[in-house]
Design a protein around this ligand. Sequence first.
Ligand code: BGC
Length: 807
Amino acid sequence: MENSQTLISKMTLEEKASLCSGLGFWHTKGIERLGIPSIMLTDGPHGLRKQIGDSDLVELEDSVPATCFPTASTQAATWNRELIFMVGKALGEECRQEKVGVILGPGANIKRTPLCGRNFEYFSEDPFLSGEMAKSHIQGVQSQEVGTSLKHYAVNNQEYRRMTIDVIVDQRALHEIYLAGFEIAVKGAQPWTVMCAYNKVNGTYCCEHPYLLEETLKEEWGYEGLVVTDWGAMNERIDALKVGLELEMPGVDNGNTEKLIAAVQSGDLEEALLDKAVERILDMIFKAHKTLEEDYIYDAEAHHALARDVAAEGAVLLKNDANALPIKKNTRIALLGAFAKAPRYQGAGSSTMNPPRLDNLYDEMVHIAGQENITYAPGYSPKGTTHDKSLIDKAVEISKQADIVVINVGLPDIFEVEGLDRTHLQLPESLNKLIAAVAAVHSKVVVVLSNGSPVEMPWVDNVQAILEGYLGGQAGAGGVADIIFGITNPSGKLAETFPIKLEDTPSYHHYPGGPKTVEYRESLYVGYRFYDKVEKEVLFPFGHGLSYTNFEYGDLHLSQEKMTGQESLTVTFTVKNTGNNTGKEVVQLYVSPQAPTVFRPTKELKGFEKLDLQPGDEKTISMTLSPRAFAFYNTGIHDWQVESGSYRILVGASSRDIRLEAEVTIASTQDGVSIPDRDRHPVYINFPSNGRVSQEDFQAIIGHKLPSNELIEGETCTLNTPIADMQHSLIGRMLRKQINKQIQTIVKTDPDSPNALMMKSMINEMPLRTLLMFGSELNRGMLEGLLMMINGKFFKGLSLLLKSRNK
Ligand code: BGC
């Protein structure tokens, strides 16, 4: 096979330009005369969603059966790099069997708010954990010579207006929180592709962001793969190519290929730049093609078993008073909850996949404990959303006859949907009422939760045990049952804080923003960084999770007590299993700067390991902290800096269960470097406990005035205006109707499904230009004509529309 450069030298300008966008929704283009194959890219991230039908359609509910692993929330709660690598490897094997060249994932966006509708697809509120999980996932998939797509780069932390929202974020938070996880994954695993997000960051769309794509991803981090748009995220094609966005997806007839050709011909775009983009695309195509030439069959049983192990390791035992769990043999159990028979196991949207089998908690518990020991009642309606007192009464009745009650509740599927954020953190009233009613008559109540993101628990003090099972995938029920009966010792730990109530969350006052911008006024104080800084009580802290055994920590030793800011520090300590059961422990290492002159979180996660220990066993753990573990991002020099001073080294079983402490003193060689005042802003040094930050204070750290967030009456609409913001005009209203019709012919989904909800919100929020993604009735000229009409130039617009109609 010729190498990419030789091939490029044989390609026409038209061929090169055409290769920079896909063939329909899920393929790259091929060029037969040059032997360039077409390969498939399709969704993950927790399983392969390869649609069965026509590839020009988006068939959300009709895909080739494939293993549904637990979603990223669950995976992250394992804190187990090897296990996540194994999941990635299994995904890679399934891609090989199905001839898929790139699986779209993992998602490494930070959980800025528990309300984000896609949190189930993301790992953590912490960039280090998120980055390490993403890295392992990528390494696993790519060990099979199949590609990944690290997404959504960057700062895509909400679904509300995700396609147009302009995220206003300061440079410290951008680097220390929102980019840090991507950096770990890119440098550590070189994903074949990185997917740019839909949104804008500080005024520029991610697809054409010179700072994010060119300067940071490619130049600073040394990224070698290619950048692909999120589906429909392309704004200005030429600008995007110039800063390193190689591949536009999906590939549709939207005039962008012609624009690339014209730009080269006019000299606006250097052909060498186009060649570079094509080279990266060809390299990816040929790598994938080479793998897929060979047939492969994966072991579905082994993948199911792996999915079960991951679900068990990702389940977090939040509370276990008087050792209510595990349940012993021959105990009379009342099992309640419609989800115990019809499980919640994944979220809705592009990641929805089609598992070949789906275990449920009822069958799994019966299988282990025997039918004779289990009585069942649903307790609430199948979807969990409507209240039915008779179902609760029946559940209470059978609970009274049992030694222990297990109640499976969680978020109904319409609460966890791509494209839609939640508006509150509550479970449906009927589920809370069920728990309260049962807890009032029984003193041994275990709540098993099925949800991808935190919920409020008004009943927390009235039940004896809580097991957060997250969204466990096709074998999740088995993993949870194993924990309930002590076959598996729980070892999951929270990768996110569970707040007591929504009002406590750091971005409460500054989310979701809109219609134009969202201001990240809390800056670095995301997740535990906020709760720790303002010393706020939480329901369950970051890193928390109980076990059926006990671990003792000891013998903390630092490789040095004094060092320069250029050296690494090795931290050594021991952990011993002092209980009676074999168990795994996640040991966490935090760094806490003692008197920084800049604003900083109280402590930050900088290391973790997962250990497996037999009763009585002791292990010595060694972790190395590089200078970066002590550094902050100096916005004056645009680089990392370590300040002189003392740093506490904290080793713990959770962010609020620190077992060992030591101190290292750093005499930094960087002390002469000047630090801008904005990095030392007093409001951010003593952060307000209600999380409310004034416009002036936020402006001080971003270094400029905030852009307007208002829709101005009579403001000119553009191709980037969301359809929802054109409803003042008759043409805008007609357009919405037209889009609705058009999308329904392209995106196939059951009208009553959560995916249909996603489509509804998408139609409202999509900018006009994305219409071209959905087919051919309209072209760019017609859209521009329509825009003129919306903007009041009716006749001029109409004439353009008519002129463009037959082009
Ligand atoms: C989602 C991506 C997904 C893509 C293709 C987009 O709407 O944001 O995560 O990979 O669609 O389905």
